[in-house]
Ligand binder design. Structure first.
Ligand SMILES: *Cc1c(COP(=O)(O)O)cnc(C)c1O
Length: 404
């Protein structure tokens, strides 16, 4: 086993060697511009792009024609939301989303809010789930779009996409889904779920960084959006700019592997996740699971360890690469806005750890992580007066803290 151990698969994934192999010829041999119509270099590149488009579409039940290539999910989210808002501004100015969405969605919504749009932020329950009735009630004749993610990147909670899609379709409102964490990990079908726009990215599914896609429905109904970029009219005018051919080929290979291995991999990761959770629960008290216990991504475990300091904990497990609820938004010490939206207190948010497991995670690594966590938390709690008090049966909520 090699150290450090990578357990941050929700942030990014290493590229699968099979993906790299598929990409290699596209840097030096098949390097043509897919938009060059006059020679074989261009034709070959275009052929590879079109084949990749079909492959990528197929993992969500879409056709190749419905795939728009972008630089990643941030761009896809921006293109979908801005594009729908801009194109349909005559129809209305109202968008519905949730406070637990990715910043790429929330910051675009904030931008639109400053430019005359109205945004409804749905409530989420303690697991980070939205309420279907509230979605239905929030839709007005001014609503153009509902944007809700497939699965949350911090807490792993999976949204009921099919039920959401039934509501948006019956009300004639567009449904955009940031499925960055869902694609390749859980079954997603845009037709079954009535999804109109869907964002994805290659680097979360063992593909290269800097390439993603936006699915944009072509039939029943034909979805119209305005472009963000203006230029050569690539991607049927939706996204100008020379295509990242090698990246697109890698993205397609990554999708192909996910399609083959998704089912067995989900089973394996669920068992690793449950094993880690069980080990921690057996050895430590006062730990709390964040996110839904069962409706969650196979490889995501997010736990708050009460009575330890988050930063100290991260330092105590320095050979394990995880993400913490306090360090999520860059260098700020602000606790995770996702955990806050769930009603998790600042203390518990600060002491939360996201374990992101993936394709190359082994049971040996999980065992090492469990041991390391148990000893780090135990050691930190030995120094914690609060932990000592609760262990002795003191109810902290009844203690009156005075400075004199
Ligand atoms: C990673 C992520 C993004 C951003 O994707 P990039 O390709 O890095 O821009 C957007 N949404 C979710 C849910 C993510 O997990």
């Amino acid at each position: 086993m090699k150290l450090p151990i990578y357990l941050d698969y929700n942030a990014t994934t290493p590229m699968d060697p099979r993906v790299l192999e598929a990409m290699m010829p596209y840097f030096t041999e098949t390097f043509g511009n897919a938009a060059s119509r006059n020679h074989a270099f261009g034709w070959k590149a275009e052929e590879s792009v079109e084949r990749s488009r079909e492959e990528i579409g197929s993992i969500i039940g879409a056709t190749g024609k419905e795939i728009i290539f972008t630089s990643g999910a941030t761009e896809s989210d921006n293109l979908a939301i801005h594009g729908a808002a801009e194109f349909h501004k005559e129809k209305g100015n109202h968008i519905i989303t949730a406070p637990t969405e990715h910043k790429a969605v929330l910051d675009m919504c904030h931008y639109l809010e400053q430019n005359g749009y109205e945004i409804t932020y749905l409530d989420v329950d303690k697991y980070g789930c939205v309420d279907l009735q509230q979605i239905e009630d929030a839709i007005t004749d001014k609503t153009i779009l509902v944007t809700l993610m497939a699965a949350n990147n911090e807490i792993g909670t999976i949204h009921p996409l099919k039920e959401i899609g039934q509501i948006t379709r019956s009300k004639g409102v567009l449904f955009h889904c940031d499925a960055t964490q869902g694609v390749g990990k859980i079954p997603i079908d845009v037709n079954e779920m009535n999804i109109d726009l869907l964002s994805m990215t290659a680097h979360k599914i063992y593909g290269p960084k800097g390439v993603g896609a936006l699915y944009c429905r072509r039939k029943r109904p034909r979805v119209r959006i305005a472009p963000l970029f203006h230029g050569g009219g690539h991607e049927r005018g939706f996204r100008s700019g020379t295509l990242n051919v090698s990246g697109i080929v890698g993205f397609a290979k990554a999708v192909e592997i996910c399609k083959q291995e998704m089912e067995s991999e989900a089973e394996r990761l669920t068992s690793l996740r449950e094993g880690l959770h069980q080990r921690l629960k057996d050895e430590l008290d006062y730990i709390y699971l964040n996110g839904h216990p069962t409706k969650r991504l196979p490889g995501n475990l997010n736990i708050s360890f009460a009575y330890v300091e988050g930063e100290a904990l991260i330092m105590g497990i320095s050979d394990i690469a995880v993400s913490s609820g306090s360090a999520c938004t860059s260098a700020s010490l602000e606790p995770s806005y996702v955990l806050r939206a769930l009603g998790v207190g600042d203390d518990l948010a600060h002491s939360s750890i996201r374990f992101g497991m993936g394709r190359f995670t082994t049971s040996e690594e999980i065992e090492y992580t469990a041991q390391k966590m148990i000893s780090a938390v135990t050691r930190l709690r030995e120094m914690s007066p609060l932990y000592e008090m609760v262990s002795e049966g003191v109810d902290l909520s009844t203690v009156s803290w005075t400075s004199h």
